[in-house]
Ligand binder design. Structure first.
Ligand code: ATP
Length: 388
């Protein structure tokens, strides 16, 4: 049996993907095509990706009418950057007697030599390539010949119908509320509309869902402050906004739930029975899995907003500080801290940490060493700068 493995983000799956898979079955006589949605593509790390759950649901709807097109969740279930070499090895182990091909569009093939273990991938597996508008067939043929000479790769070039459609463009259209009918199967278009998959406001609604009263005002205050500080110090205001919106995603967990997450995400055991200290760490993991936020800078700002850490990034400092000075905060010294935040962010973070440390000590609570290290590191850096 010949099997085509079709990896992609499928965010969303569209008619270009379906046409490519159909051409491959017709022209190369593949018996089936396995769609493998990835968790995060190596070339797309840092970009927000729609949660796997939605991408999977859209694929299921799109492939429903085609019994020879199936889905495999191997990459999604690993929850880490997906590499084709690992995926192909997995399918070869599972199907040792079948003829395996990797299916891809011309755009992806142009970067094939940058892929992990490219040389082994190209020696050991066959490739079926579809043309894609905007990519010169002549250049593609030259590259195919080069790769074949270098690695002896089995490569088949399809004569697939050209569809000038990309997921990026479709997401842009969906965000503006433009109809997608004709570009994605009708069932997928309906799913996108019903579930507001590409509606940016949905993020906000979800992040704040069920949160009312002072907690809601606190989050909105952190968002507002973080965006202003980002503007003031030249950080990315969108990243600041996302991190602020989700910073308290896991606030108020009980000890038992906290401990379960610590185990599940392999977090440091010092956070056992410490929901206050660990809620940032847990939030970062859950936001990554549940909200599809994969930007490590944003995740770190969420992760370390409770304790800080040595070597904090600007975004981390912004979210940490915004949490302590947002407009609804009211404690002795907050005005001074607010004023300092606009003048010198490092000094302000140090001041906020000093306050936390003495408060924790006074109350006889557990002090996280990360906060002390973060503060000392900032002090050291300021001294070093002064001595330059
Ligand atoms: P994005 O715009 O987000 O990069 P995409 O439309 O390229 O997305 P992916 O899910 O990244 O979709 O693509 C999976 C595979 O499908 C890739 O190998 C890509 O080259 C191929 N492909 C995508 N769109 C087309 C198309 N219109 N014609 C032919 N191949 C396509």
């Amino acid at each position: 049996m010949s099997i085509g493995i079709f990896g992609g983000t499928f965010d969303p799956v569209h008619v270009g993907h379906l046409a490519l898979a159909q051409s491959a079955m017709r022209e190369v006589l593949l018996d089936k095509v396995v769609f493998v949605p990835n968790w995060i593509q190596p070339f797309k790390t840092g970009q927000a990706v729609t949660p796997g759950e939605d991408r999977l649901a859209m694929l299921e709807k799109a492939l429903g009418p085609y019994p020879n097109m199936v889905i495999d969740e191997v990459e999604l279930s690993h929850e880490k950057v997906s590499y084709t070499i690992d995926t192909m090895d997995y399918f070869r182990n599972a199907n040792p007697n079948e003829d395996l091909y990797f299916l891809m569009g011309a755009d992806a093939f142009f970067r094939i030599e940058e892929w992990k273990n490219a040389s082994r991938l190209l020696r050991e597996y066959g490739f079926v390539i579809g043309s894609r508008p905007g990519y010169e067939d002549h250049q593609l043929l030259v590259l195919i010949k080069e790769i074949q000479d270098k690695y002896g790769t089995r490569i088949l070039l399809l004569e697939n119908p050209l569809f000038d459609v990309s997921s990026t463009r479709l997401r842009g259209m969906a965000e503006k509320g433009e109809p997608l009918i004709g570009l994605v199967p009708r069932s997928v278009a309906e799913y996108i509309q019903e579930n507001k998959v590409y509606n940016p406001e949905k993020r906000e609604e979800e992040a704040l869902e069920g949160i009312v009263g002072p907690r809601r005002n606190h989050i909105l205050g952190v968002v507002e402050t973080a965006m202003k500080l980002a503007q003031r110090y030249g950080a990315d205001i969108y990243k600041a906004r996302t991190a602020a919106l989700y910073h308290d995603y896991c606030k108020d967990l009980d000890n038992e739930t906290t401990n379960q997450y610590i185990e599940e995400y392999h977090l440091e055991s010092k956070y056992k029975n410490q929901p206050q200290l660990s809620h940032g760490r847990i939030a970062a993991e859950r936001v990554k899995r549940e909200q599809g936020i994969v930007d490590e800078e944003v995740l770190d700002a969420i992760r370390y907003h409770t304790t800080g850490r040595k070597g904090m990034t600007l975004l981390e400092k912004i979210v940490y500080l915004s949490d302590t000075i947002e407009p609804t905060r009211d404690y002795p010294g907050v005005e001074k801290l607010r004023a300092l935040a606009w003048v010198n962010i490092d000094e302000a973070v140090i001041m906020a940490m000093d306050q936390t440390i003495s408060h924790v000590n006074q109350k006889g609570m557990e002090l996280d060493i990360d906060t002390v290290e973060a503060r000392d590191d900032l002090r050291k850096k300021i001294k070093e700068k002064e001595n330059e």
